[in-house]
Design a protein around this ligand. Structure first.
Ligand code: IFM
Length: 462
């Protein structure tokens, strides 16, 4: 019997789980893997408690069981990244055959479990050797990335139908180079602008390198768009919000979809007009057609003009209403705006995948052995309803990947933040599906939502 709040997604809609190599694999240096910027950042004490990716969720060894778990939870696709320094320890052309062999086995396991691989080529583990040559401030890193992408796709292209060039260049550029929260830990707004361009360029250079090595795979890029509202109608607040929107969204969508940088960002980031940074031909290259757009959604903020904040004069705040355990706004409904934005503001008509959506909560295992993460279930229920509204307004949404399968290394917050739908007891590496995992299993199997969402599924999965 269907009820008012029930809804269905189109046939063929993809339900997937998303992951990233550094966050779950562990064993970074096993079998000849190289060091990356996050190893160094953690060693320098820049992460909470000095947490690092040395062991993480031990997915390096446990991937067969983790894939079986994902299959049993009803997912039909699995988003993962290949660790760049595992495949090419210095980020150059030297291949680490053991790294290729490892990911051969991983892809075979995914396919045996009926999980379609969606592979991200850059999810933040830049080889340290490249960082020592300037990292994303050095244009050469974009060329190295394209070489890497070509070599990887030449080898694995027969088994991967979806390639994502870079994940969330905004985070790499601005959290890593302006706010100092992510590796490499710089605090220089102008450097972040240069990094943003070189990351856009890395995407642009990688697209033809991927296409040259595969016949029918689809190529896309993932951006984490942000819902940004002005605090008031006062012109200063409106302008501050426009600047933050330009930084977070415009710097990435406009070059990709229109082949230009937002003119209103030039006063804040003069590098956008510096022809030693943005060279002739770069924007044509960045705007070459892709097959799909990947969107991640987490951030919804209210922005107020604040003269004391350098350069952008913009203070970002959580919106009124419920907050997560780290004080950010809990606004799953914002996914609708995120999905509408590329079409409405940039004329984008591409198929879209939500390549990440999720939220962190202070999960724990109850004495009965369950993880009752009802807040996460509600979050997903509202987010999926927001996605449905966007589709009804014409967005060509093809699938949703939840962030993330397993609790993992959450970058600067280390292991204190749990985003997984499966709880990981790090001491024993035991996996305990949270209630949200059972709920999501039903969503995936039904290809839709039922009302009310507070389902508590069976404690064991098949
Ligand atoms: O954990 C990250 C992921 O690596 C990229 N997107 C945001 C997630 C949550 O912060």
């Amino acid at each position: 019997m269907t009820k008012d709040g029930d809804l269905s997604f189109p046939d063929g809609f993809v339900w997937g789980a998303a992951t990233a190599a550094y966050q779950i694999e562990g064993h970074r240096r096993a079998d000849g893997g190289g060091e990356c910027i996050w190893d160094v950042f953690a060693r320098d004490g820049r992460t909470l408690n000095g947490d690092n990716g040395d062991i993480a969720a031990d997915h390096y060894h446990r991937y067969p069981d983790d894939h079986a778990l994902a299959r049993n939870l009803g997912f039909t696709s699995f988003r993962m990244s290949f660790s760049w320094p595992r495949i090419s320890p210095e980020g150059s052309t030297r291949r680490n055959q053991a790294g290729f062999d490892h990911y051969d086995r991983v892809l075979d396991s995914l396919l045996e479990n009926g999980l379609t691989p969606m592979v991200t080529l850059y999810h933040w583990d830049l080889p340290q050797e490249l960082q020592e040559r300037g990292g994303w401030l050095n244009r050469d890193t974009a060329y190295r990335f394209a070489d890497h992408a070509g070599a990887v796709v030449e080898h694995f292209g027969d088994r991967v139908p979806f390639w994502i060039t870079t994940n969330e260049p905004w985070s790499c550029a601005f959290l890593g180079h302006a706010r100092g929260l992510h590796a490499p830990g710089m605090r220089d707004y102008h450097a972040a602008g240069v990094a943003a361009h070189n990351l856009n360029l890395a995407h642009g250079f990688a697209v033809p390198a991927i296409r040259a090595n595969t016949r029918d795979a689809q190529v896309g890029v993932t951006h984490c768009l942000q819902v940004i509202e002005p605090f008031s109608d006062a012109p200063d607040d409106v302008e501050a919000a426009r600047t933050v929107d330009g930084e977070a969204n415009g710097l990435f969508l406009e070059p990709l979809l229109k082949g230009s940088y937002p003119a209103h960002m030039v006063p804040y980031l003069p590098c956008l007009e510096d022809d030693t940074v943005v060279r002739e031909g770069d924007l044509e290259c960045i705007s070459a057609p892709v097959d799909f757009l990947g969107l991640n959604y987490y951030v919804h903020e209210v922005v107020r003009f604040d003269r004391t904040i350098p350069i952008v004069h913009a203070c970002r705040m959580a919106p009124l209403g419920p907050l997560t355990t780290i004080g950010s706004g809990l606004r799953p409904d914002g996914l609708e705006e995120i999905l509408l934005k590329p079409g409405r503001d940039y004329g984008c008509r591409l198929p879209i995948y939500v390549t990440e959506v999720g939220y962190l909560f202070n999960d724990y295992v109850n004495p009965d052995g369950r993880v009752n993460d009802i807040a996460r279930i509600r979050y997903y229920d509202e987010a999926f309803r927001a996605a449905d509204r966007a589709m009804k307004k014409g967005v060509d949404l093809r699938g949703i990947y939840v962030w993330t399968l397993l609790d993992d290394f959450e970058w600067d917050s280390g292991y204190s933040s749990r985003y997984g739908i499966v709880f990981v007891e790090y001491g024993t590496q035991t996996r305990i599906p949270k209630d949200s995992a059972y709920w999501l299993r039903d969503v995936a199997r039904r290809n839709g939502l039922s009302d009310p969402p507070g389902y508590r599924g069976p404690a064991k999965i098949d």
